[in-house]
Write a protein that binds this ligand. Structure first.
Ligand SMILES: Nc1ncnc2c1ncn2[C@@H]1O[C@H](COP(=O)(O)OP(=O)(O)O)[C@@H](O)[C@H]1O
Ligand SMILES: [Mg+2]
Length: 470
C-alpha cells in the first residue's frame, strides 16, 4: 500500500515538473520529450544502461530476515536488529532530558510520529473523560486515597480542557519507535536489557515489538507509515520535550570544528578554554601515521583563525615551521648556531590562586625563578667540565646567592610592580612623557660581573645568613 502510494506520488511529481518545463519554454519541453524517448529506448535495448546499478543497490544489505526469530531480525549474515516501541510513559516528563537515553544509546534509529488532534475533538473527548472521571469520583466506594486520586485527575482534565479551549494548549497523538543494531546476538540482548533498564529509571517502558518486527522496522523508516499503531496522548508541553535537545556530543559555543562524532554523525565543536572542561590539557593518542600531527596542525590553524587563539609549538624537528609561516606566525630558532638568545633571567608574571581568598592574583614566583636560573647555570657550568665533585652543593649555593643578589640589586620582589621603575619625565617632541618603564633584566654577563665583584667575605656572610636558621 505504502509503496503503491509512493509510486503515484512520483508520477504526479514528474507530471508537474513537465508542466513547469512547458510553461517556461517550449524548447526545454522538446528536449525533455526526446530524452524521455531515449530513456525508454535505452531501457529496452542498451544493456549497459539497463543493467546499471542504482544507489539503492549499493546501500541495500544482502538480506533482512524477519523469519529467524520473532524477537529480532538478521541483516545479512552477521548483523542483528531489534525493533521496539515505547509502551509506557510517565505522567509528566522532564524538559530536555526526556528520551535523551534513547537518542544517544549506541546505534539506535528512533522515529516519532506526531498526529495533531483538532481542538474540537480534543475538547469533546476531554469533556467526556472529565464526566467519566467525575462519575468514578462520586462512586469511589469510600476510599479516601482513591477519592484524592480521582479528584486530581478530574482537575487535570478540566485544566487541559480549559487550556485547549483558550488556545493555550493542544493535544497530540504520539508514537515512539526504535531499532537497535548490533554485530552479534549476545551484544544485542545485552544492549536491549541495558537500554530498557536505563529508560525504566525514567518510567519509560520500552516494549519489544515481538511478532511484529517487520512492521516495526518499516514503521521506523522515513516513510511516514506507522504500522504499529501504539499511540500516546501528549499535550503541547510534553511534546516539546520530545525534541532532541541534548546529545553526548562535544559542542562548545565558541569551539572550532574538529570533525564528526562517529556515533551520531554530528559535528564536534571544541573549545580548549571552555568552562565545562576541568583544565586546558589535551592528550592525543593514535598509532603512527594515524593523523595526530595533522590534527594538531588543523586545531592550531582553525583556533587561530576562528578564535584568535595564540599557539606556541615547541618543535624539535622543524615540523611546525610551514604552518607557522602559513598562519602568519613567527619561527624562532633556538640552537648553538642561532642568533636568538634566551635570557634565563627574564621574569614572567604568574597568576596564582590566593590560598586565603581563593582569588586569582598576579605574582612573581621569585624563589622558583632563582632556583630555575641556578639549575640552568649549574648545568652550563657542568657542561664545561667533567669534574662533578667541584660542582657540588657549595657551588650551587654560591651561584644561587649571586643570582639572588642580581634580583636584589634591581629591588625585584614577588610584587609584579617591582618589575617596573618610574622613569624621569622627559620631553619627546612637544609632549612630556614619563611613568613606569620595565627594568632591564639581569643577564648571564651581569651575573658573572656580580660574582667577580663579590668578595668572598660577603659570599660567606650571605651563606651563613642562610644557614643561621638551622
Ligand atoms: N583526516 C585525514 N584525512 C586524510 N589524510 C589524513 C588525515 N589525517 C592525516 N592524514 C594523512 O596521514 C598521514 C599521517 O598523518 P600524521 O599526522 O603525520 O600522523 P601521526 O602524526 O599520527 O604519525 C599524513 O600524510 C596526513 O596527510
Ligand atoms: Mg606526527
Amino acid at each position: 500500500m505504502g509503496l503503491f502510494s509512493k509510486k503515484k506520488d512520483k508520477k504526479q511529481q514528474s507530471v508537474k515538473e513537465n508542466n513547469k518545463g512547458s510553461k517556461k519554454d517550449t524548447k526545454g519541453k522538446a528536449n525533455e520529450d526526446i530524452s524521455e524517448k531515449i530513456e525508454l529506448n535505452d531501457e529496452n535495448s542498451n544493456v549497459f544502461l539497463k543493467n546499471k546499478r542504482s544507489l539503492k543497490d549499493l546501500i541495500a544489505p544482502e538480506s533482512i530476515d524477519f523469519t529467524v526469530d520473532h524477537r529480532y531480525a538478521e541483516i545479512g549474515d552477521k548483523n542483528y536488529m531489534k525493533n521496539f516501541y515505547v509502551g509506557l510513559l510517565p505522567n509528566s516528563v522532564n524538559f530536555a532530558s526526556f528520551l535523551h537515553g534513547l537518542y544517544n544509546f549506541g546505534t539506535v534509529d528512533t522515529s516519532i510520529f506526531i498526529r495533531p488532534i483538532d481542538n474540537e475533538t480534543a475538547k469533546a473527548d476531554l469533556s467526556k473523560l472529565r464526566t467519566n472521571l467525575e462519575m468514578e469520583y462520586l462512586d469511589n466506594g469510600g476510599s479516601t486515597n482513591r477519592a484524592d486520586d480521582m479528584a486530581s485527575k478530574v482537575a487535570e482534565a478540566r485544566r487541559l480542557r480549559e487550556e485547549v479551549r483558550d488556545g493555550l494548549n493542544k493535544i497530540y497523538e504520539v508514537s515512539i519507535q526504535g531499532t537497535l543494531y548490533e554485530d552479534d546476538l549476545r551484544t544485542l540482548k545485552n544492549s536491549t536489557d541495558q537500554l530498557k533498564e536505563m529508560l525504566s529509571q525514567q518510567d519509560i517502558g520500552l516494549k519489544s515489538a515481538t511478532y511484529c518486527q517487520e512492521e516495526a522496522f518499516t514503521s521506523n523508516k522515513p516513510l511516514n507509515d506507522n504500522k504499529l499503531g501504539e499511540w500516546h496522548t501528549f499535550d503541547k508541553r510534553s511534546l516539546a520535550c520530545v525534541f532532541p535537545f541534548t546529545s553526548n556530543n562535544i559542542n562548545h559555543p565558541n569551539g572550532v570544528p574538529i570533525g564528526f562524532n562517529m556515533d551520531n554523525g554530528l559535528p564536534i565543536f571544541y573549545d580548549t578554554f571552555h568552562r565545562g572542561l576541568d583544565n586546558y590539557n589535551m592528550v592525543i593518542f593514535a598509532k603512527s601515521g594515524g593523523g595526530k600531527s595533522t590534527f594538531i596542525k588543523m586545531l592550531a590553524a582553525r583556533s587561530s583563525t576562528l578564535d584568535n587563539v595564540q599557539n606556541i609549538a615547541l618543535d624539535i624537528e622543524p615540523e611546525y615551521r610551514d604552518i607557522a609561516d602559513t598562519l602568519g606566525g613567527v619561527n624562532i630558532d633556538v640552537g648553538s648556531m642561532s642568533t636568538t638568545i634566551i635570557n634565563p633571567f627574564d621574569i614572567v608574571v604568574d597568576i596564582v590562586k590566593d590560598k586565603l581568598t581563593g582569588k586569582l592574583v598576579e605574582k612573581i614566583l621569585l624563589s622558583d625563578k632563582i632556583n630555575g636560573v641556578t639549575s640552568i647555570l649549574m648545568t652550563m657550568a657542568k657542561g664545561q667540565t667533567e669534574n662533578n665533585l667541584y660542582y657540588g652543593d657549595m657551588t650551587r649555593m654560591i651561584i644561587k646567592q649571586i643570582v639572588k643578589k642580581c634580583y636584589d640589586d634591581l629591588a625585584i620582589t614577588e610584587d609584579p610592580a617591582s618589575l617596573y621603575r618610574r622613569a624621569d619625565d622627559q620631553l619627546v617632541g612637544d609632549k612630556i612623557v614619563g611613568g613606569l618603564v620595565k627594568k632591564e633584566m639581569p643577564t648571564i654577563s651581569k651575573w658573572y660581573q656580580t660574582l667577580e665583584k663579590c668578595p668572598m667575605r660577603i659570599l660567606i656572610q650571605h651563606m651563613s645568613l642562610t644557614l643561621i636558621t638551622y
